[in-house]
Design a protein around this ligand. Structure first.
Ligand code: PLP
Length: 402
């Protein structure tokens, strides 16, 4: 049976070059990078080379601004809790959005239960935060704005540079007033690293999270950019690793694999994103042409090239997913972390998508190995599945007959 993987927003296969970068670190180079002897220093060299490479990929001013973590979720936790707890005597207000990944939303919820005030900004129908709303939400006690770079369910890209500019103006205003409260900006760039250019200085962010497995690197390794001078505290306590910000012996192999994968993703980016955009548009247009009663979710003017999220009326995304899986096609109803829950997506809800339509949402996310042939196969397979599921749907029968 033909198999087509269209769930690259959930995770990506490991690329060969990333695996090769890791192999020596699973073999002869096994020293602890914190050890002073030759074995340790050999491992440390790989660690620091990777740090330098990641810093370069993000246009960070200094390699020390890169802190390696155990995953994207940990990078988000470190950024948000780290800034919140280190600055709590200065202010307790955090601004985020209603469409963040649960790594951010649940961290903010935890902080809200622990004395912080959190503003969850709404989004427009395309899933975009309005920068004007960000500006209006800032209070003298606001210490952190955390807004994702692009959404994992619908691919909508957020106005991060504008938010960076707003925060810079606010910090300037506060400094002129003699205030010591700094307003930090964090962005969760887990979905965009390697797909959209990231330049922490141009974006005006103090913190930025990435995760290896979203760009053909290994799972279980992430990184957080922390601008020099940021007042942040660790969330893991132990040894003095990672500038005292992330205790624990580094996953040197995973880190080397992440750095290699990021470097190559950036080298391929222009060409690959254009190619995926063409395939995605073919997929979307083909489905729209063949299937009635659907809605494309997201902001088509500000959207990642590799993602389309489509709501099929009258049926449930889970049902479509299972039928597609039997035909060898892997897609998703949205976030892998939310699958298994019958709750409609919080992202689509925030975008004002009606509950029944939100329940019929399916995300196709494209990547390296996808070809025009794959898209042709999906376009052959999807319409009859939708027809069959609709023919069994009481809601559809009732609507069509009435
Ligand atoms: N943030 C976003 C936007 C994501 O899409 C994900 C993963 O799906 C994460 C954070 C969590 O990353 P990780 O799986 O590395 O913990």
């Amino acid at each position: 049976m033909k198999r087509v993987y269209l769930d690259h927003s959930a995770t990506t296969p490991l690329r060969v070059e990333s695996r090769e970068a890791m192999m020596p670190l699973f073999g002869d180079i096994y020293g602890n990078p914190s050890s002073v002897h030759g074995f340790g220093q050999e491992a440390k060299k790989h660690l620091e080379d990777a740090r330098e490479l990641v810093a370069k990929c993000l246009n960070a001013a200094r390699p020390e601004e890169i802190i390696f973590t155990g995953c994207g979720t940990e990078a988000d936790n470190l950024a948000i809790k780290g800034i919140a707890f280190a600055n709590r005597e200065k202010g307790n207000h955090i601004i985020t959005s209603q469409i963040e990944h649960h790594a951010v939303l649940n961290t903010c919820e935890y902080l809200a239960k622990n004395g912080f005030e959190v503003t969850y900004l709404p989004v427009n129908e395309g899933g975009r935060v309005r920068w004007e709303d960000v500006a209006a939400a800032i209070k003298p006690t606001t210490i952190l704005i955390t807004i994702m770079h692009a959404n994992n369910e619908v691919g909508t890209i957020q106005p991060i540079e504008e938010i960076g500019t707003i925060a810079a103006a606010e910090n300037k205003r506060r400094a002129a007033l003699g205030s010591a409260v700094w307003l930090y900006v964090h962005t969760d760039a887990v979905q965009t690293a390697g797909k959209i250019p990231l330049d922490v200085r141009a974006m005006g962010v103090d913190l930025l999270s990435i995760s290896g497995h979203k760009f053909y690197g290994p799972k279980g390794v992430g990184a957080l950019y922390v601008k020099k001078g940021a007042r942040i505290q660790p969330i893991l306590h132990g040894g003095h690793h990672e500038r005292n910000l992330r205790a624990g012996t580094e996953n040197v192999a995973g880190i080397a694999g992440l750095a290699k994968a990021l470097e190559l993703a950036i080298m391929d980016m222009d060409h690959e994103q254009k190619r995926l955009g063409v395939l995605r548009d073919q997929l979307e247009a083909g489905i729209i042409q063949q299937v009635p009663s659907l809605k494309v979710n997201g902001d088509t003017a500000h959207r990642m090239a590799s993602v389309t999220n489509i709501s099929f009326a009258f049926i449930e995304g889970e049902g479509i997913l299972l039928s597609l899986d039997l035909a060898g096609i892997a897609a998703s109803t949205g976030s892998a972390c939310a699958s298994g829950s019958l709750e409609p997506s919080h992202v689509l809800k925030a975008m004002g998508v009606e509950t029944t339509l939100a329940q019929g949402a399916l995300r196709f996310s494209l990547g390296h190995q996808n070809t025009a042939e794959d898209i042709a196969y999906v376009l052959e397979t999807v319409p009859p599945i939708i027809d069959r599921l609709r023919s069994m749907s009481p809601l559809y029968q009732k609507t069509v007959k009435s």
